[in-house]
Design a binder for this molecule. Structure first.
Ligand SMILES: [Zn+2]
Length: 373
């Protein structure tokens, strides 16, 4: 558990832990100093230009969306942008689609910033979209036979709020009485509200508030509509978060393993291997509950359990030391390792599809029926 403590109260809090023999470490000695440093470099970047994208700093919503528009201008044969809905405060949610237009393609969904304080996630989604758009015609078939959907900023209101008001904001900006915000990654329908206050919260003032009902929020509704109404069959759903350096898959609402547990473990391992080869980092692989905690109503439990997207993963990016405040100097390296991880997952998925034609679920059925026991 992370506890944020006012600087002058640190000695007394440390004393309380010490007295009760609760082990602790001071992870970040001065959170404000890091926030101020990052804001200063952001302000400098904005003075020079408000619309030039690079990978040396964290960018605002406008700049990231401008990148998506620029890619359509540069590569109109493969790129298109789609407004999939509006946020609680009326900001447009924009998806970039990259595709060669073949009807036999499988769909791949990648989103970021469902939790806005996790700034590295939209940066990595934007990087992968940019890289793929620029190199698409040189990529192998297991990349080009996919329809790619990128939503770098799933929670635009929250993301802007982390830039203007509260760097540590986690929820969207919908109003519920005196309180603000729903944790969008607890607002999806699969297992919504399970495990009581451990899996999510019914309290609008809590940072894990699940909302009054599943899909109560315009942002989660927009994602559901975009996936269910797309004329693509999605095979892969990736939601990028930070921090933890883990690749996790369903379930989060229960400790039971999902029916494709072993298959998802292997797909996640394909990603983790490529990451390790790129940067030496080790991302652990496992189910949400096993590696993290109960999380009920997550987007990946829904994408796997309801939308039937077999390879559904949450990737918790870097890092364990700086937590949500990953230095901008690490954007590029993190993006590269995840890009390679995603490419290798596609290779794995295609290999599996060729073996079974219909994917992991029918393969499991085949094994059962052919068993002589
Ligand atoms: Zn998150």
């Amino acid at each position: 558990m992370d506890v944020l403590v006012e600087g002058n109260r640190l000695p007394s809090i440390a004393g309380i832990f010490h007295e009760r023999e609760i082990p602790y470490t001071v992870a970040v000695a001065d959170v404000n100093a890091i926030i101020e440093y990052q804001q200063a470099s952001l302000a400098k970047a904005f003075c020079k230009s408000s619309c030039i994208m690079d990978w040396t700093k964290y960018h605002r919503l406008e700049t990231i969306n401008k990148l998506l528009e620029d890619l359509v201008v540069l590569f109109p044969d493969r790129c298109s942008i789609h407004g999939i809905g509006s946020s609680a405060e009326g900001r447009e949610m924009i998806v970039l689609r990259i595709s060669n237009g073949k009807t036999s393609n499988d769909g791949v969904w990648i989103d970021g910033a469902i939790h806005p304080r996790e700034w590295i996630s939209p940066a990595v989604v934007a990087y992968i979209a940019d890289c793929l758009a620029r190199t698409f015609d040189k990529q192998p078939e297991y990349i080009t036979n996919k329809d790619w959907y990128f939503l770098p900023i799933l929670n635009p209101d929250g993301y802007e709020y982390t830039h203007t008001s509260d760097r540590m904001w986690r929820k969207n900006r919908a109003h519920y009485g005196q309180c603000v915000g729903v944790d969008l990654n607890r607002n999806f329908s699969c297992g919504w509200g399970e495990n009581g206050e451990e899996g999510s919260s019914s309290d609008p003032g809590n940072c894990f508030y699940r909302g009054p009902e599943p899909f109560s929020e315009p942002e989660t509704k927009a994602v559901r509509r975009a996936i269910m109404e797309a004329n693509t069959t999605f095979k892969v759903f990736l939601s990028l978060h930070s921090y933890g350096e883990v690749i996790i898959f369903p379930w989060g609402y229960t400790e039971d393993p999902c029916s494709d547990y072993v298959e998802l473990l292997e797909g996640g391992t394909a990603m983790a291997k490529a990451i390790n080869k790129t940067s030496g980092r080790i991302y652990k692989v496992g189910s949400t509950k096993d590696l993290m905690y109960y999380a009920a109503g997550t987007s990946i439990d829904w994408s796997y359990g309801v939308a039937n997207i077999p390879y559904s993963y949450m990737v918790e990016l870097r890092d364990k030391k700086n937590r949500f405040l990953l230095p901008a100097e690490e954007i590029l390296e993190t993006s590269l390792e995840i890009f390679n991880g995603v490419l290798n997952l596609m290779k794995f998925v295609d290999k599996r599809n060729k073996g079974t034609q219909a994917g992991s679920k029918s393969k499991a059925a085949l094994v059962v029926t052919s068993s002589p026991v």
